[in-house]
Design a protein around this ligand. Structure first.
Ligand code: HEC
Length: 171
């Protein structure tokens, strides 16, 4: 019973999030250009925190290797990534936040811990760390595609080309 007020608050927040128009293109939703998991969307420190969450709360079912079991799906490799391809980190965040660990409200997971544990899962899937943390916020995460294809390097390459055009080496 003690958990009720917190549950109601979470439910209210959850409803607010759900009313966001989900079919806006990522750039429209937040003004942030879209990125992919290849673009370094979490930090090394966040990965470390996420590892702690994983080994406290998730490991008993998903296993140290993240390979799961007959009834628990893997969180690593093609099987996992294929299921979430064409979705965003925001979709995954919302699903995990509302579904994991199953039936265990006592786990008391904050949004921050969910973001951290996702950072750890992404690192185990060989996605690189970068300069900024994975946000604990659907709107921000919704701009990040679950894809092995980088988005930012294209932008980088374009501006590098532009810079190169301006700064020609001297004679
Ligand atoms: C009691 C066992 C158990 C625990 C603890 C648990 N999970 Fe799960 N997890 C499952 C089961 C069972 C499924 C499949 C459920 C489904 O598909 O509806 C699943 C599915 C998932 C998926 C989706 C996988 C896919 O292929 O789509 C993710 C991501 C996930 N869990 C993350 C986590 C994280 C992160 C934690 C720790 C915070 C966690 N789980 C804790 C049992 C568990």
């Amino acid at each position: 019973m003690r958990a009720w007020p917190a549950a109601i608050v979470l439910l209210a927040i959850g409803c607010a999030v759900r009313t966001l128009p989900r079919d806006l293109s990522p750039a429209d939703a937040s003004g942030t250009p879209p990125r992919s998991l290849r673009d370094g969307v979490y930090t090394v420190e966040q990965r470390r925190r996420g590892e702690e969450v994983y080994f406290t709360t998730c490991v008993r079912c998903h296993k140290e290797e993240m390979t799961g079991s007959q009834i628990v799906p893997p969180l690593i490799g093609e099987t996992f990534l294929d299921r979430w391809r064409r979705k965003t980190a925001g979709d995954l965040f919302e699903w995990v936040r509302t579904s994991m660990p199953p039936g265990d409200a006592a786990a008391q997971m904050t949004r921050q811990k969910y973001a951290d544990v996702l950072a750890y899962i992404f690192s185990r899937n060989d996605f690189p760390a970068g300069p900024g943390e994975l946000a604990a916020d659907f709107g921000a995460l919704h701009t990040i595609r679950i894809s092995a294809e980088p988005v930012l390097p294209d932008v980088g390459a374009a501006s590098a080309a532009a810079t190169g055009a301006q700064e020609r080496p001297g004679p």
